[in-house]
Design a protein around this ligand. Sequence first.
Ligand SMILES: C[S@@+](CC[C@H](N)C(=O)[O-])C[C@H]1O[C@@H](n2cnc3c(N)ncnc32)[C@H](O)[C@@H]1O
Length: 295
Amino acid sequence: MPKTQQQEALSYFRSHADDWKDKGLSAGQQEVNIIRQRNGFVLEVLKHRETTNSALDVGCGTGDLVCDIARLGIESTGIDFAEEMINLARAKAEQASLENARFHCCSIFGYDLPERRYDAISANGFIEYISLPELDEFLKLAHHALNPGGSLVFGSRNRLFNLLSLNAFTDEEISGGNATLLLREAIVLASGTSLTELEEIETAPIQSDSTKHSHTGIDVSTRYQFTPIQLTKMLKHHGFMLEQIYPVHIHGVPTSFKSRHPEVHTGISNLLQEYAGDSHCLVPYSSSFMLHAKR
Ligand SMILES: C[S@@+](CC[C@H](N)C(=O)[O-])C[C@H]1O[C@@H](n2cnc3c(N)ncnc32)[C@H](O)[C@@H]1O
């Protein structure tokens, strides 16, 4: 029997924990470090909250973010279903003597999340590995486990970027008949429309579970992409209010040029990233994005 998406993800991440271990470490300006950008955004959100006593990171991988949150003096918990990831995460926290960093090895869907337990929940690089019903369940669980006013911060691969990658992903959107609606959403975001107006905007249909995803370098055959407004609507449905959309890995050149001159892409991308905090107009140019919403 073929493996389900979650089974495929589990075996991929169990056997790639060692490769993941150092991915979040700084490579300076020599590369675009997506994990650092995502973790940095979560930390900024936490620093700007009035009070945060406890935080949960879902799909925590090797625990860098959990440890960084613990360093802020917050009681910090990480959950991941890949045992090899959790073993590395525990070793990192122990080495840094972080007694307020804890880890659980289990699926978020099998974890007994207490009601109103956390001030913040993060999930970076997680929702692409779960089905649409599981995403619905995740948002329900997050709402249940957050305190009122609590922050949900999570990342997504950006389907709007398919318009500007100018490659097979773009062709797929044109042949699926979705390019126009995606372009309209990109225009709305680029024009800097206020966040409260976004949920009224029509979006392209959500990718179906039979969508064939082009190969992305991670050996899991289904890795969903969403647009920011698709997720904004789901958040609203679950009782969240959108606070911020944050572009991650911004592109200033087509992907074909990036392959030939990676150093030029890196320079432009890291420069643009400095403007990411207050520029959701850059989201159509970013291959991923983060959302911050409050319960
Ligand atoms: C792409 S990695 C991201 C790791 C880390 N958050 C980061 O940004 O570097 C996705 C992680 O999610 C974990 N994961 C996927 N589905 C999960 C589930 N249902 N429950 C817990 N962890 C899960 C995987 O084991 C993997 O470590």
